[in-house]
Structures are given as structure tokens and as C-alpha cells.
Ligand binder design. Structure first.
Ligand SMILES: O=C(O)C(=O)C[C@H](O)[C@H](O)CO
Ligand SMILES: [Mg+2]
Length: 403
């Protein structure tokens, strides 16, 4: 049996912060897992170092389910993003090790490929409708079959999803949280205009997506969904905060626009009511924040019963290790929908050499044994951690709002 002899947390910042767990077995086999929780990185690092790693030493690395249960039930304190990201990192690293020992890519261990490739969506954003449409056209020419479109809101200094760089969106940008201003009425006017312009320029053969980022009330979201129906969006994401899951029932009563939610979910319990009541169409939980491949498969299995499909979160704060794991999951799961793909910077790609590839709007995890991703520790050591917070959001009168 491959016995775990060491586990280490590696923190690096090649343009942004990443936390990676590396587990090593007595035969020298290693596995990696992403443990990055944007803006709260050191909390997960400490949880791993102080409370998880000591319990791993000496265990059989093949016993993925037992170790998952040990860390989840055994902690007594269940769920939560810090705990579940730490468990995810261990779980991901163990799947990596199992794949390497079997000489197989992880997707083969998960049942094999259920499709030829993984459809991904890219991010088109711009300060104006024209800018966004121009970037979206660029993505379409690169072969993307699905594109998320976000544009600046006239009269507002900054808007979620609209970055300084056309291709790299990085919201965690300051040593203390940046303050953004939000106006629902201004926003609700511009989004249907954006979709109209995008359909006009791009035609109907490309999927268009949009992220509301938890900023509307259910009835406002119902209005937006209805206004967008003529443009056939693929999904409306995080239309309203999901703590009150019944809020989605109200949205559903007013629109047939498909709904996606779950990037901040960390367990099946966050999604259970939404899935069982068919209040959503896509579940966006992903490997790093929702307990690893093991737990994500459980969520997907529940979702499959209700024709809810997967749409894993894949922003740049999820490291290439998470991206690789998500692609193995996506390729094998029966109810796959789409995968978010926000390209990492060249510095990040160099620190995390990987076997996954993009061609013609589709990705593939590659056929290297395990996850097909690693961390170049020497390179990683050259990028020191630097604290960065996600922004906060306020209404024009100063009221704190959802970001
Ligand atoms: O990628 C998305 O859909 C996001 O909403 C990005 C998030 O704001 C980001 O990952 C937060 O860390
Ligand atoms: Mg989102």
C-alpha cells in the first residue's frame, strides 16, 4: 500500500495567490491538490498545516473515500469554505496519486470519457457594449462555442466582470478591499441592450452567458430573465444570493431563462433543495471549494436525477491544479453542461505545468497518468505571497450590498 509520508502546503503568487497541497507516499509518488480560497488563502493553509496534515501521515493513500469521511465527519465541525477547500486539496491529491500508481489519467478511474471533449466558455468583457461585442467576436474567431458577456454600466465607475485587461480578470486587487458602487436600475437597462447587440454581431450559433454575481432580488432577476428571453441566453448565473433557496422559485415563476448557481457552494447541502425542486438548471460547484472530486461526483449524481447539469466554476483564482481536476470530472460525468475557462497568465502556467489543452472551443485533460498537472517548486518559490482582498460593493447611498 502507498503510505503517506509527508504533505506540504506551498504558497505562491505568480500574479495572484495560490495555495497548493503536495502529498508524498513512501514509494516517492506525489500528488497535488488546489486549496486556494480567494482573499482567505492563509486560513486554508493554516487549517491544512495545523489540523489536517498531522492526521494524514501514515495513512494508505489509496483509501480516498475513508480519508474523505475521516476529515469530514471526524472534524465534528462540518462544511464551510475553509474546511471543504482543505478536504478538497487532500482528495484531489489522492486521486492524482491513484492515477499515477495505476498508470491512468484520472478520468479513466472515474468511468472513462463520456464525451470527446469538454465545452468551455470564455469571458468577454469591456467598458462599453461595443468593446464587449468586439472581444466576444475575437473569442468566436478563436473557436469558442460559448462566451460569457459582461459590460460596464453607464454612469458607474466600475462593474463586476469588467477588467483593466481584456483577457485576464483579477478581482482580488488590493491590500484592503476596494469599494465598488452598484445601481440595479442602471444595470437592468444595459444588459438586454448588450445581448441584443451581441446576437446581432455574433449570430445564433454561439452560446451566450451572463453573470449577475448575486446582485438582484428574486423579482428583479425574474425581470432580467424575462427581458433576455428573446436572445436565448445559455444561462443567467447567480441571479440572486442563494442562502434563501426558495428565492429561485420566484425567479422560475417569471422566466424560462436557464439558471446557474453554486460557485460559492461548498457541499451538497447547499444545493440539495435547489436541485430537488428543479429551481436551477446548472450547478456550478467545483473541485476546490466543494470537497474535491469525491464530493463533486456526489453532487452531480444528485443533480442528474433532476436533469440539472454541471457548469464548474473556472475563474483564474482556481489554480491549474483545480482546472485539471475539473476537466477529468467534466469528461467523465454523465450530466456535464459546460466548463468555465478563464485563461491563466503565462507566469501561472509556467509554475503549474499541465497536460490539458484547448482547441476549437473544447478542452481535454490529456492522458498523462494522474491529473497531468504539477507545481514547479523552484519557480513557485520566486513568487512571494502578497495579501489581496476581493472588493466589497455598496449601493449609491452607501448601503453594503452583495459583491
Ligand atoms: O467566474 C465567475 O463566475 C466569478 O464569479 C468569479 C468570482 O468572482 C471569483 O472567482 C471570486 O473569487
Ligand atoms: Mg460567477
Amino acid at each position: 500500500m502507498p503510505r503517506i509520508v509527508s504533505a506540504r502546503v506551498i504558497i505562491t503568487s505568480p500574479g495572484r495567490n495560490f495555495v497548493t497541497l503536495k502529498i508524498e507516499c513512501d514509494d516517492g509518488t506525489t500528488g497535488v491538490g488546489d486549496a486556494t480560497l480567494n482573499g482567505r488563502e492563509l486560513a486554508v493553509a493554516a487549517y491544512l498545516t495545523e489540523h489536517v496534515i498531522p492526521c494524514l501521515i501514515g495513512r494508505d493513500a489509496h483509501r480516498i473515500e475513508d480519508i474523505w469521511q475521516y476529515l469530514y465527519k471526524g472534524a465534528y465541525w462540518r462544511r464551510g469554505p475553509v474546511t471543504m477547500s482543505a478536504i478538497a486539496a487532500v482528495d484531489t491529491a489522492l486521486w492524482d496519486i491513484k492515477g499515477k500508481l495505476a498508470g491512468l489519467p484520472v478520468y479513466q478511474l472515474l468511468g472513462g470519457a463520456a464525451r470527446e471533449g469538454v465545452m468551455v466558455y470564455g469571458h468577454a468583457n469591456g467598458v462599453s457594449i461595443e468593446d464587449t461585442v468586439a472581444v466576444a467576436r475575437d473569442y468566436q474567431q478563436q473557436g469558442y462555442k460559448a462566451i460569457r458577456i459582461q459590460c460596464g454600466v453607464p454612469g458607474m465607475a466600475s462593474t463586476y466582470g469588467v477588467s483593466k485587461d481584456r483577457y485576464f480578470y483579477e478581482p482580488a486587487d488590493a491590500d484592503l478591499p476596494t469599494e465598488n458602487v452598484w445601481s440595479t436600475s442602471k444595470y437592468l437597462r444595459v444588459v438586454p441592450e448588450l445581448f441584443a447587440a451581441a446576437r446581432e454581431a455574433l449570430g445564433w450559433d454561439v452560446h451566450l452567458l451572463h453573470d449577475v454575481h448575486h446582485r438582484l432580488t428574486p423579482i428583479e432577476a425574474g425581470r432580467l430573465g424575462k427581458d433576455l428571453e428573446p436572445y436565448r441566453p445559455f444561462w443567467l448565473e447567480d441571479a440572486t444570493p442563494a442562502e434563501n433557496q426558495d428565492g429561485f422559485r420566484l425567479i422560475r415563476q417569471h422566466t424560462t431563462t436557464p439558471l446557474a448557481v453554486g460557485e460559492i457552494f461548498n457541499s451538497i447541502w447547499d444545493a440539495k433543495h435547489l436541485i430537488e425542486n428543479q429551481l436551477i438548471d446548472y450547478i456550478r460547484a467545483t473541485v476546490v471549494h466543494a470537497g474535491g472530486i469525491t464530493h463533486l461526483r456526489r453532487i452531480a449524481a444528485l443533480a442528474d436525477l433532476y436533469q440539472v447539469r454541471t457548469g464548474c466554476h473556472g475563474a483564474t483564482d482556481l489554480s491549474p491544479v483545480c482546472m485539471a481536476a475539473a476537466l477529468h470530472f467534466d469528461l467523465s460525468v454523465p450530466n456535464f453542461g459546460v466548463q468555465e475557462y478563464m485563461r491563466h497568465t503565462p507566469e501561472t502556467d509556467a509554475v503549474f505545468p499541465h497536460a490539458y489543452s484547448f482547441a476549437d472551443g473544447m478542452m481535454h485533460p490529456g492522458d498523462a497518468p494522474g491529473l497531468g498537472v504539477d507545481i514547479d517548486e523552484e519557480l513557485a518559490a520566486g513568487y512571494e505571497y502578497s495579501r489581496a482582498f476581493l472588493p466589497v460593493n455598496r449601493l449609491e447611498d452607501g448601503t453594503l450590498w452583495s459583491w
